[in-house]
Write a protein that binds this ligand. Structure first.
Ligand code: HEM
Length: 204
């Protein structure tokens, strides 16, 4: 067994879940949502004998890992078939990498080298403690210099607090994020410019 953990591991289904494997590879979103609902904000999945994945679906834990423990969490995995499938099919759902020996202080889990640690970024970005009515389309959340409800500036880098992390967070955060935000603004501006916009029936 390549992955060695110091106990206790975060909770999860019983060891060596070969039964989970086909769905895990083809439809990770559904199975991970079920496991998240059952086991909470951090859980472990053992697939076969050689692969142990830990999933984090909590913005405070993500902040502990990527910002507060950024130095020990700065490596990334070699590509393997599962990672390729997960990242190509479910790019908005999670990204994954291996964490070196690292301690999740709040929960007290010690995770050994080559453990794969994954972040459920869609779940993290829909946290109602961070956003009012998170699923509603409210672009004004990001207007007025990023202030929401007169609150503090929204920080896409998540330095003080992670509210969403489309570009990752911490030392290996996407270095192209500023260029990309500019590019997306340009993209939306072109839509506004090229098309005639009307309010649809029943919409305000
Ligand atoms: C909407 C567009 C984009 C999104 C959502 C995005 C998102 C991401 C994410 C989630 C990561 C992984 C962060 C991590 O592992 O912690 C990443 C890494 C990276 N991105 Fe982007 N990115 C975008 C556009 C770009 C652009 C335009 C560039 C270059 C001009 C770029 C260059 C990179 C590079 C070089 C890395 C690897 C950084 C590293 O491993 O240290 N990305 N990006």
């Amino acid at each position: 067994i390549r992955n060695v953990f110091f106990s206790p591991l975060p909770p999860g289904p019983h060891k060596c879940s070969f039964r989970l494997l086909p769905q895990y590879l083809t439809d990770p979103k559904t199975i991970l949502q079920k496991l998240h609902a059952k086991y909470g904000s951090i859980f472990t999945v053992h697939v076969g004998y050689s692969r142990t994945d830990i999933f984090i679906a909590d913005r405070f834990l993500a902040h502990q890992a990527l910002i507060q423990h950024g130095t020990v969490f700065a490596d990334r995995p070699k590509a393997n078939p599962t990672n390729k499938i997960i990242s190509s099919n479910q790019h908005d759902i999670l990204f994954s990498f291996y964490g070196p020996k690292w301690r999740l202080l709040r929960h007290g889990y010690l995770v050994a080298t080559y453990a794969s640690v994954n972040f459920l970024v869609a779940e993290i970005g829909r946290d109602s403690t961070a956003w009012d009515d998170p699923l509603a389309f409210k672009p004004e959340r990001f207007m007025n210099n990023g202030e929401q409800n007169g609150g503090t500036n929204f920080d896409i880098m998540g330095s003080k607090e992670i509210k969403m992390m489309p570009f990752g967070a911490g030392r290996r955060m996407c270095p192209g994020y500023a260029l990309e935000i500019l590019h997306l603004e340009y993209f939306v501006a072109n839509f506004v410019w090229y098309f005639a916009w009307k309010v649809g029936n029943g919409d305000r």
